[in-house]
Design a protein around this ligand. Structure first.
Ligand code: HEC
Ligand code: HEC
Length: 332
C-alpha cells in the first residue's frame, strides 16, 4: 500500500526516538476480535428501507448535489461547502454561503454522514433525505425562497424532469420536494469510505502496523470509545462538550432543538472517519489541528492532561481512518 509504506517508516522513526518504552506497551498484538463490541466494519452503502438505492436515483442525486442552479445566486451547490474532492468539507471554520454570509457552525463532512443516527451538530434532521432540503432554503446557505421556486428550477430543466420520472416511475407527479431529498440522500448513502481499519476489523491483524494498533488500544483505554464507537467511530449519540471540565462556547447545541435544560452544550459526537483530512475541528471550527483537538478531548471530556506521546499515538491510530479517495467521489 503506497500511502502506508510512505508514512510508516517516518512515524516509526519518530515514535521509537521519543519513547523507547512505547515498544513494550500493550495493544500492538491484540487481535481484531478484541474490538468487536466497540467497532464494526463500514457497510458498502448506508441502506434506508424508505429510500431504496437504484443506480438511476444515485446518479440523479449526484447531479443535484453538484448543481448550483438550486441556489438563489446560481453559484452555490452542496459541493461548495462539502467538496467531494476534499473529503466532504470546505476547510473553513464556518462556511461561506449566500452572498458570503457565514453561519455559526463548521460544515461536517458528507462522507459516511448517512450512517449517523441523526444529522447536523444538534441532530435537528433525522436523516440525509430530510437534511438535504434544509440548506437549499437556508437564507445563509443556498437561499432559495420557496419549495415552488426550487421545483420551478427542476421543471425548467427537461433532463431533470425525465430523470425524476425514471427514478420514481410509480408516481403521477414525481417532481416533488420530498423526492429531491430522496435523490440527494440516495447519493449520500453511497459516500462510504472504508480503510485498512475495516480490513483489520474484518479479521486481518496485519492490516494495521504495531504502532497503529498501539494507538487504537490507547484510544480505547483512555475512554475515547465511550463516545466515539461503532462503524463511524462516532455519530451515534449526543454528548456534552465539557463533560468533565467546562468548555467555553456560546452555542447551546441540542438545547436549541429541544429547549430541555439537560441538553445544554450537548452535540452529536462527530464521526472520526477521515478526521485527519476534515479540519478545522469542533462545532465552531475553532480548533485548527488534530493535536489540539485530541488534547482538548482529553482535558474536557476525560479530565486528563494527555502527554505528547499519548497524543501522537492516538493520532497514529486516527490516521488509519483516512480513506484513499474512492474513484468518482473523492477525486483530489
Ligand atoms: C453554505 C455552506 C453549505 C451548503 C451550500 C450546504 N451545506 Fe451542508 N452543512 C453546512 C453546515 C455549516 C452544516 C452544519 C450545520 C449545523 O450542524 O447546524 C452542514 C451540515 C450538513 C450535513 C450533516 C452532516 C452531519 O454529520 O451531521 C449534511 C449531510 C449536509 N450538510 C449535506 C448537504 C447537502 C446535501 C447540501 C446541498 C443540498 C448541503 N449540505 C449544502 C454547510 C453547507
Ligand atoms: C464524553 C464523550 C466524548 C469522549 C469521551 C471523547 N469525545 Fe471526542 N468528541 C465528543 C464531542 C461531543 C465532540 C464534539 C465537540 C464540539 O464540536 O464541540 C467531539 C469531538 C472530537 C474531535 C473533533 C471532531 C470534529 O470533526 O471536529 C476529535 C478529533 C475527537 N473528539 C477525538 C477524541 C479523542 C481522541 C478522545 C479520547 C482522548 C475523545 N474524542 C473522547 C465527545 C467525546
Amino acid at each position: 500500500m503506497l500511502r502506508g509504506s510512505l508514512a510508516y517508516p517516518f512515524l516509526l522513526g519518530v515514535l521509537c526516538f521519543s519513547t523507547s518504552q512505547a515498544v513494550a506497551q500493550p495493544g500492538a498484538t491484540e487481535p481484531p476480535e478484541a474490538y468487536k463490541s466497540i467497532f464494526q466494519p463500514l457497510p458498502m452503502t448506508a441502506e434506508n428501507p424508505a429510500n431504496p438505492l437504484t443506480p438511476e436515483k444515485i446518479a440523479l442525486g449526484k447531479s443535484l448535489y453538484n448543481d448550483a442552479r438550486f441556489s438563489q445566486s446560481k453559484k452555490i451547490s452542496c459541493n461548495s461547502c462539502h467538496l467531494l474532492s476534499s473529503y466532504g468539507v470546505d476547510h473553513q471554520p464556518t462556511s461561506n454561503g449566500h452572498k458570503g454570509q457565514r453561519g455559526s457552525r463548521n460544515a461536517p463532512t458528507v462522507y459516511n454522514a448517512a450512517l449517523h443516527f441523526a444529522q447536523f451538530w444538534d441532530g435537528r434532521a433525522k436523516d440525509v433525505e430530510e437534511q438535504a432540503l434544509g440548506p437549499i432554503m437556508n437564507p445563509v446557505e443556498m437561499a432559495m425562497g420557496s419549495e415552488t421556486d426550487v421545483l420551478g428550477v427542476v421543471k425548467s430543466i427537461p433532463l431533470y424532469v425525465k430523470a425524476f420520472k425514471k427514478v420514481f416511475p410509480e408516481e403521477q407527479d414525481p417532481v416533488t420536494f420530498k423526492n429531491l431529498g430522496k435523490a440527494i440522500g440516495a447519493f449520500e448513502r453511497t459516500l462510504i469510505t472504508p480503510t485498512r481499519f475495516d480490513a483489520f476489523l474484518k479479521g486481518d491483524p496485519k492490516a494495521l502496523t504495531p504502532e497503529e494498533k498501539k494507538g487504537l488500544a490507547l484510544f480505547r483505554d483512555l475512554g475515547c470509545v465511550a463516545c466515539h464507537n461503532s462503524p463511524t467511530v462516532g455519530g451515534q449519540m449526543y454528548q456534552k462538550i465539557g463533560l468533565v471540565k467546562e468548555y467555553p462556547t456560546k452555542d447551546l447545541g441540542r438545547y436549541g432543538v429541544t429547549k430541555n435544560e439537560a441538553d445544554k452544550y450537548f452535540f452529536k459526537v462527530p464521526s472520526l472517519r477521515n478526521i485527519e483530512k476534515t479540519g478545522p475541528y469542533f462545532h465552531d471550527g475553532q480548533v485548527n489541528t488534530l493535536k489540539e483537538a485530541v488534547t482538548l478531548m482529553g482535558r474536557h471530556q476525560l479530565g486528563r492532561e494527555l502527554n505528547d506521546e499519548q497524543i501522537n499515538s492516538v493520532i497514529v491510530f486516527l490516521k488509519t481512518l483516512t480513506a484513499k479517495p474512492p474513484r468518482g467521489t473523492v477525486t483530489g
